[in-house]
Ligand binder design. Structure first.
Ligand code: FES
Length: 137
């Protein structure tokens, strides 16, 4: 597949959680992306709530996905995992920001022209081991 980056095997996308990735956007900034199971396969979303955009849905241990809905950990609004739409709680009437992913032969690919995969995990997960050490010698 042209212009596609392998993210994961579909079987590795948790039923009740998410996979977390960090991408680079066209302006050079980093952004987190989650991949979740949806009723028609898998879906990709930017990893922030629409009520408070500094609130991450996946805080490093997987988003809470229940009955096909992604639950915001702060105020509990639930977003449809397939459409990203929220019809409840503080985020009612909003929709998560979509990231294009495609499934082919059981593999999830990042196909969003505005997202370049940097690494698995969250933005902070690319720290070099020991780089944040406060030890002195
Ligand atoms: S921050 Fe997500 S519902 Fe309020």
């Amino acid at each position: 597949m042209e212009d596609a980056t392998r993210l994961a095997a579909v079987k590795d996308v948790p039923e009740n959680g998410s996979l977390l990735f960090t991408v680079r956007e066209p302006d050079g900034s980093k952004e987190e992306v989650i991949v979740v199971r949806a009723s028609d396969g898998v879906a990709g979303w930017k990893n922030f709530c629409q009520h408070e955009t500094d609130q991450r849905l996946d805080r490093g241990r997987g988003a809470a996905v229940r009955s096909g809905e992604i639950v915001c950990p702060k105020h509990g609004s639930m977003f449809d995992a397939r459409t990203g739409y929220c019809d409840n709680g503080k985020a009612a009437g909003s929709t998560l920001v979509a990231v294009d992913v495609t499934v082919e032969d059981g593999v999830v690919y990042l196909t969003d022209p505005n997202c370049e995969l940097l690494h698995e995990g969250g933005i902070d997960d690319d720290r070099t081991p020991g780089s944040s050490s406060h030890l002195t010698f």
